[in-house]
Design a protein around this ligand. Sequence first.
Ligand code: 1BN
Ligand code: ZN
Length: 313
Amino acid sequence: MSPGIRKRITHWFSGSLPLLISIVAPLLLGQSNQLSGERAFFHAQRIVSFGPRPPGSAGIKRAQRYLTDTLKNYPLEVEHQNFLAMTPNGEIPMKNIVARTKSSPNDFIILASHYDTLLMKNGVFVGANDGASSTGLLLELAQLLSSQKWKFSLWFVFFDGEEAQQLWTAQDSLYGSTYFVERLQARGQVSKIKAMILMDMVGDKDLVLENDTTSTAWLMALVRDSAKELGHGRQLGDTPKAIIDDHVPFLRVGIPAVNLIDYEFGRNNEHWHTPQDTLDKISPKSLQVTGEIVLKTLKKLSEKYFQVGSSQQ
Ligand code: 1BN
Ligand code: ZN
């Protein structure tokens, strides 16, 4: 083969690679009625491939397109919640992405993750664990759960603007979840939300989910019982920690909420909010374990409110 032709083929192949991956990978990974940590990890890889994703950036726009295009393949109604956040860095356009099951039950359960990444000026921060891991898992849960019949409506909520623009304070953080809860209040929907389950930093190869005391106690007990019953008790932290995250705006208006978070990322948290938050530190296995705990917790919630679990359609 002449060098010219080889160059043209190489050029075509590298330009078309992302497109090829997006066509071939779902075919290889498929969709199924079993939770797949591998598929969740694949989504996380795609999200990381878009680069840093601070609010308003080119990277977050690519992530928004990916989330929307993926969710539209499932039997869900997808809404973009656009808003302008007042931040110490000025007004920034942000977007929560909300996907709801089409069934009509009057009680809702929210599963959530943030998909933005920390703004880092002196380094490249792609948030494989902090942003992509829980978002990949939430996409996988959306695929799985939207094809099952539940007694409550399930909302899959992807928050923008979880991270601070400058320094984490009550005002400079949690922009997406705060706006989302304001909309719930304006629509009179607060009392319909039976529970909110947040996932954050759930990809760490050495997964230890915190005993977060900010979370609603009975809901955290449900999560921990679920983990133990599944044989994942070793993935539970014992030391009580009070963590402020996207579940807090929900707690403030009386919605039961729980945070599944591993806040010890590397020894002494050395990878957290650093350029070392990369794909090699996270695993499909941790996403599988967290996903199984969420599924079991959902079954327990179903039993608590309706004395039943789910039934396949
Ligand atoms: C989680 C991931 N958070 C920020 N990125 C929220 C948080 C802040 C959790 C401080 C624990 C401590
Ligand atoms: Zn963070």
